[in-house]
Ligand binder design. Structure first.
Ligand code: ADP
Ligand code: MG
Length: 452
């Protein structure tokens, strides 16, 4: 429980920076984290209204922060007092509860659940699987670098961890480093900013160059960042020359990563580039069956075929829908999940599909609203007529979308994540006292939400 609370405190800290003080006091601080069940964090809300408002206004932000601080948790369940009572009555203590400690891993650590054994192989990913296995069996010798690309939720992170877990087991002496490119960038920026430059640089180099296997997840986030790319280039070369294995994932093929420097592009293309595709029906079904088996879920079999048929976007959503079905059935106290819950879960999925809101679309709407040119809004002009709409735009994006701050910064001419935080906090603060600003923001958000 202490572990939950300390993580929860981190979430509270995050949230206090992201929502207004009123929202925070009413809907966030009053939440009570109860426990982690499988991949869900169970929270009690103090009233039904608070629960509804919380889910309506801040669900995405809260979920995002929870995911950041609670490894392996990817869902929150908020119970209002009536549900809480039922929940407490129903619950059989100690059953189904994963040891909290086991769940709370460091973010950049390998997730033990992501292994080759738990990875379902089908037409869409068989080549990636084969390449990853062969790299894991012969690190540094076969394909270097191995570059894996594909859309979100298709298994890139899973396969990276699988390589890492395999090597850790079979070559325990090898030093394995798994990081997201966001982490790499942050480490690099920290080293640049440090007072004692030499020490900081040494620490950075020790971390990144003193490894046998370097795995960088989501490399697309370093394109646009010239000095980070440069540093990565040197890291890459050092390791490569020593035959150290490098594995990289991205959402795109290197040739389609526009802001990537040419020399990195050519390094990336020097090894094996392998794509990972959307899974076909058989693979989707096999994934669901495997999950039900490993988690010991009790589900009608037509639920699985139904979900596998309908949810064809990616595996994360497929798993998310199954989790939703399970949590719905456990909430109404059903021992076995049925089509009724599946239909309900599908509705959620379809709704999320409709919200094809993007950073670009929000920028368009904000430009129109304030009658400013897009190139100015995302540019460098410092006059108030532009800066205020720019900050409002960033604020609104963080309110409505679940995208990394770095990505938002990139859409504004390559600003870093701290500029986005600054803009967001500034607007949140000013809204408390400046009514006309608040009205603008509220109007904009309403406009964006009704935009389709
Ligand atoms: P990406 O990094 O490509 O966005 P992830 O690796 O995070 O995707 O995968 C999303 C979820 O889907 C994870 O929970 C992962 O375990 C699961 N998953 C992806 N591919 C497979 C697969 N082939 N077999 C089983 N589970 C998978
Ligand atoms: Mg990933």
């Amino acid at each position: 429980m202490d572990a939950i609370l300390s993580r929860w405190n981190e979430v509270l800290k995050d949230m206090s920076n992201q929502v207004t003080a009123v929202s925070y006091d009413l809907y966030i601080e009053t939440l009570e984290p109860i426990k982690i069940e499988k991949n869900r964090l169970i929270l009690f809300a103090s009233t039904l209204t608070n629960k509804n408002q919380l889910l309506k206004l801040h669900k995405n932000k809260l979920l995002k922060s929870v995911k950041e601080h609670f490894e392996n948790v990817d869902e929150i369940v908020v119970l209002e007092p009536n549900e809480k009572e039922k929940y407490l009555n129903d619950i059989k203590e100690a059953e189904d509860i994963i040891e909290t400690k086991q769940v709370l891993n460091d973010k950049n650590k390998l997730n033990e659940k992501y292994t080759f054994e738990s990875f379902v192989v089908g037409k869409s990913n068989q080549f990636v699987y084969a390449a990853a296995r062969s790299v894991a069996e012969n690190p540094g010798k076969k394909y270097n670098p191995l570059f894996i690309y594909g859309g979100v939720g298709l298994g890139k992170t899973h396969i990276l961890h699988a390589i890492g877990n395999y090597i850790r087991k079979n070559n325990p002496d090898m030093r394995i480093l798994y990081v997201t490119s966001e982490q790499f960038t942050n480490d690099y920026i920290q080293a640049l900013k440090a007072d004692k430059k030499e020490n900081a640089n040494k620490a950075f180099r020790d971390k990144y160059r003193d490894v046998d296997i370097l795995m960088i997840d989501d490399i697309q986030f370093i394109s646009n960042k010239t000095s980070t790319q440069e540093e990565f280039f040197h890291t890459f070369n050092d390791l490569y020359q020593l035959d150290k294995q490098i594995v990289i994932t991205s959402d795109k093929h290197p040739r389609n990563m526009e802001a990537l420097e040419e020399r990195l592009r050519s390094r990336f293309t020097g090894g094996l580039i392998q794509d990972i595709q959307k899974p076909d029906y058989e693979t989707r079904l096999a994934i669901l069956q495997k999950k039900v088996e490993t988690e010991n879920y009790n589900v009608d079999s037509d639920v699985l075929t139904f979900l596998a048929e309908k949810i064809d976007t990616n595996i994360r959503e497929l798993e998310g829908s199954l989790n939703k079905v399970i949590s719905l059935s456990s909430l109404i106290g059903r021992p076995k999940a049925t089509m009724q819950e599946a239909e309900e879960a599908l509705k959620d999925f379809e709704l999320s599909q409709k919200q094809n809101l993007t950073v670009d679309r929000i920028i368009d709407i904000v430009c129109k609203y304030f009658n400013v040119k897009r190139e100015d809004l995302v540019g460098k002009k410092k006059n108030k007529e532009i800066v205020v709409p720019r900050h409002i735009c960033m604020y609104v994006i963080t309110e409505l979308l679940d995208v990394p701050l770095m990505t938002i910064g990139e859409s504004f001419g390559g600003k870093d994540h701290s500029s986005v935080i600054h803009a967001r906090d500034k607007i949140a603060e000013s809204m408390k006292t400046n009514n006309s600003l608040k009205t603008d923001v509220d109007d904009l958000i309403a406009m964006i939400k009704s935009d389709n």
